[in-house]
Design a protein around this ligand. Structure first.
Ligand code: SF4
Length: 375
């Protein structure tokens, strides 16, 4: 592994709207490259990683804590940054990859976020997160911390092929138990499931069952994307080594979509399997609003709930106006309660959506979403 220390120009990504997959308002990558080197990692796509070899050439953003401190210090800001979750990890590098043991950048960042009292959502595949359990507990005392782990399945042998440098799923589940025992919310990101390997009903059931057994609070599910170029070539090479008989099937579902998506039919079929299994086990398939309630502002809450309703509606094969309404609302700067009467003038907001929004503004909850989660 080659380590290069760099001084980044900027760190904090401020999302234009709350990201309903992670409940995050802010994101950051503390490293570039990831020695976990998962076979399917999107981070090695040439659009994100251009210097060297993704799993071997790791860049450490040495000045990340300093950059974050400057961003959060109200004395340096005309408008302080608004309340919301800070996402640490996920995307294109794992903040708890092995090099973190030496550099402790993630640890410093957590200390800074705690000192400014913002909630965090960690997404990792590493057991090293346990080192910072005290900091996470401290964050959880004042906010509702979320710690999530990603899995392509809970099968240790299969994971050795696709996630060669991370702890086995069984170890990650043990770590989750420890974190949960401290009262911290834990999520499972069951993504990406590997087509024709970990996307079967048996494999998905095994994952959901395990998650239920240890009290995981929610599961977010997703399929694999394979972008033409380095990412797809790398993945298919390994597939050819271990599952050569599947190559033709991959050709059928991945037809060089610009974003690396498989066919709609394929995603639809795995979503249906997941939905039926999750329903059977009564598992939440979005981050439950009651977890993040109080730590996001009113507009973000409305948008988050509408996005959840959109997801629950579409997974039932029904048309949904809610996603577009959430998008339109994300362009509004004033508090939605102040324009309550005129909310149906906003693009995409019909009578039903207006009713849902007004209920959220008035009572803080949505009975419409609650019904979708139960049935
Ligand atoms: S842990 Fe995440 S960022 Fe790192 S290689 Fe695996 S998928 Fe990519």
């Amino acid at each position: 592994m080659n380590i290069t220390e760099i001084n980044a120009k900027s760190l904090l990504r401020k999302h234009k709207r709350i990201d309903s997959w992670f409940a995050a308002r802010y994101g950051m990558n503390l490293y570039r490259g990831c020695s976990h080197n998962c076979v399917y990692c999107d981070g090695r796509d040439e659009r994100y990683f251009i210097d060297g070899e993704f799993g071997k050439d790791i860049m450490v953003k040495r000045n990340a804590p300093e950059l974050l401190r400057n961003e959060l210090n109200p004395a340096r800001k005309r408008i302080p940054i608004k309340k919301g979750y800070f996402m640490i990890g996920g995307g294109v590098s794992d903040s708890y990859q092995p090099i973190e043991e030496k550099y402790k950048i993630t640890k410093s960042v957590l200390e800074i976020i705690n000192s400014y009292n913002y909630p965090v959502h960690i997404l990792t595949k590493s057991t090293l997160v346990l080192r910072d359990l005290d900091l996470l507990k401290e964050n959880n005392e004042n906010n509702k911390t979320i710690v999530s782990f990603s899995f392509s399945s809970v099968d240790d042998d299969t994971s050795k092929i696709f996630e060669p440098n991370v702890a086995a799923p069984s170890e990650k589940l043990e770590v989750i138990k420890k974190i949960k025992s401290k009262g911290i919310t834990c999520g499972m990101y069951l993504m990406p499931v590997i087509p024709f390997v970990t996307d079967t009903k048996e494999m998905i059931t095994a994952s959901v069952k395990k998650a239920k057994e240890i009290g995981i609070d929610f599961i977010i599910f997703g399929g694999l994307t394979l972008k033409t170029g380095i990412q797809k070539n790398y993945f298919l090479n390994i597939l050819n080594k271990f599952y050569p008989h599947l190559l033709c099937e991959y050709d059928m579902i991945y037809q060089n979509d610009k974003w690396g998506n498989a066919s709609d039919e394929y995603y639809h079929s795995i979503n249906q399997i997941f939905f039926s299994v999750a329903s059977e086990y009564k598992m939440k398939i979005r981050i439950p609003i009651e977890i993040i309630d109080g730590y996001i502002d009113e507009n973000d809450k409305v948008i988050f709930i509408l996005d959840c309703i959109d997801y629950y509606t579409k997974i039932r094969n029904k048309k949904s106006p809610f996603g577009y309404a959430a998008y339109s609302l994300s362009k509004i700067n004033e508090p939605l309660s102040s324009i309550r009467k005129n909310i149906d003038k906003i693009n995409g907001v019909g009578a039903l959506t207006k009713k849902i929004i007004c209920e959220i503004i008035d009572t803080g909850k949505s009975t419409y979403l609650e019904k979708l989660q139960i049935n």
